[in-house]
Ligand binder design. Structure first.
Ligand code: 5GP
Length: 488
């Protein structure tokens, strides 16, 4: 047995030695020896091994000198990884083809077609040391709008753009340009960054959009004329220090919300789930069905009321029955998240009732008015705000044709069938909520077909339990960091 073991280890070690001695880097061709004498000091010959992936750089014609220069290096691309090509380098030749008389549009296909060893002749921008790209910036944001570079006439290089949907998590890797940031989409296998509009640029477009009523963006001419200038120096640190509200919240322009990864510690309560949507969209029914689907996992609050207890009711089950005096004291002491009056009786949901459900290690489901969300939008509750919105009016008419509307907003329990006006109100109220509070919404569920909406909501809420990390506003994590450390 000993001999066999010895032979076995000997075999492993000799294979290791053979593999370790081999060079696996691609073999580059020798540098050309026909470099002109006078160029030797200033010209740099760079040989890169390029696969099918793009070089990861954009080029432009320098308006003052007419030279073709590298405009931008995309973080994580082949040029960036090489550390040899820099912004501002003048491009003279690619694989022996002179660039001088070519337009950027003619050069791009030459670059794209070249594969394997590609030789560049460049005049380096003065004062740049050859170095590999700096450490990755750890700035993550949730996008609060959809972006498609294919439809954006203002982007300096469409092919270099990164498209995304509202809710995607983006890692911002470069903010050197005030106008165009570089980002990767979290979870993408491609680590090469793409261009996205900076927060400032997106805010500017949104403010123009608000002013110029009747003109829908993108509108090429306008967008171009409002492009911001480049700013010297790095702005990454400044940006990452900005509060997340500034990245969309306070300005009410949906741009980017700074987020951080979060893994729940088993000692912490589960995240509160807030359901928000216009009256009649079906919040109560979604909540009721979720509770029925898994009563051990989901819980709802028990409200307080001053009305008389009915025969079949039990104190602490349907309601906490309290005196008017107690209720009014509780109002003064800010015990209620919200309250109202109906037929001479008070009704209200206390903060304590939320704590109670969370304390039972359940997911507390609460449907609230959007203005209550802000009160609960805290490190303690880390709420996942689900916006339930109506579908397009045609589907709304179809899906609600037999349904009845139960209005509780003015505390009058009113049951009637939906009218055309109710549909229009529901849609416009949803739009107003989205534009005012959209930056707080983590999930959006369209309630057209009820079964589909319910299944989507349940699946998304299950992800809250199973997916790690979750992405929460960065200010909710600072407190956690100081006291505990979570391993993801
Ligand atoms: P009831 O007395 O028939 O149980 O309920 C009367 C009304 O009070 C219903 O429309 C119900 O939706 C509303 N209600 C129940 N709990 C609360 C609560 O916590 N806050 C508010 N604002 N209304 C409530």
């Amino acid at each position: 047995v000993c001999v066999t073991k010895e032979l076995y280890f000997h075999g492993i070690l000799s294979v290791h030695d053979i593999v370790a001695q081999k060079g696996y880097d691609p073999e580059l061709p020798p540098l050309p020896d026909n470099i002109e004498e006078e160029d030797e000091d200033s010209v740099k010959i760079i040989s890169l091994f390029k696969s099918q992936e793009p070089l990861g750089a954009t080029i432009k014609r320098d308006e003052s000198t007419g030279a073709i220069v590298v405009a931008r290096i995309m973080r994580g691309g082949a040029a960036d990884r090489s550390g040899l090509i820099h912004e501002g380098d003048e491009l003279r030749e690619v694989n022996g083809v002179q660039m001088e008389d070519k337009t950027p549009e003619e050069i791009i296909p030459i670059m794209a077609q070249s594969q394997g060893e590609v030789t560049f002749k460049v005049i380096p921008v003065p004062g740049i040391k050859e170095e590999l790209s700096a450490n990755e910036t750890m700035l993550f944001v949730r996008s609060l709008f959809d972006y498609n570079p294919e439809e954006d006439p203002a982007i300096p290089c469409r092919q270099a753009g990164l498209g995304f949907k509202r809710g995607d998590i983006l890692q911002i890797v470069n903010q050197e340009d005030d106008t165009w940031w570089q980002a990767c989409r979290h979870g993408d296998s491609n680590s090469r960054a793409g261009l996205i509009p900076s927060r400032q640029l997106q805010e500017r477009w949104a403010s123009i959009d608000r002013c110029v009523t009747g003109i829908s963006f993108p509108a090429a001419g306008l967008r171009r004329s409002f492009r911001l200038g480049r700013r010297g120096g790095r702005s990454g640190n400044v940006e990452s220090k900005r509060k997340s509200q500034e990245m969309g919240g306070a300005t009410q322009t949906p741009t980017y919300l700074e987020v951080a990864p979060y893994c729940r510690d088993h000692k912490e309560g589960r995240r509160l789930v807030l359901l928000v949507g216009p009256s009649g969209v079906g919040l109560s029914e979604l909540k009721r069905r979720l509770l029925l689907s898994d009563p051990d996992h989901y819980g709802v609050t028990v409200p307080h009321t001053t009305r008389e207890k009915r025969k079949q009711e039990k104190d602490g089950v349907e309601y906490h029955f309290v005196s008017r005096q107690t209720f009014e004291m509780d109002i003064v002491n800010h015990k209620f998240l919200e309250y109202g009056e109906h037929r001479g009786n008070y009704y209200g949901t206390s903060l304590e009732s939320v704590h109670k459900v969370i304390g039972e290690d359940k997911v507390c489901l609460l449907d609230v008015q959007p203005n209550t969300v802000q009160r609960l939008h805290t490190t303690e509750f880390k709420p996942c705000v689900v916006f339930v919105k109506p579908p397009l009016i045609q589907e709304l008419r179809f899906s609600r044709r037999k349904a009845t509307l139960i209005s509780t907003q003015d505390m009058t329990k009113l049951t009637k069938t939906f009218s055309e006006e109710d549909f229009e109100d529901m849609i416009s109220s949803a739009e107003a909520m989205d534009s005012q509070y959209g930056h707080l919404f983590e999930m959006v569920v369209v309630n057209g077909d009820f079964a589909m909406a319910f299944n989507k909501l349940r699946a998304e809420l299950e992800k809250l339990e199973t997916e790690a990390p979750q992405w929460i506003p960065v200010e909710w994590t600072s407190h956690t960091k100081q006291n505990t450390e979570s391993v993801c």
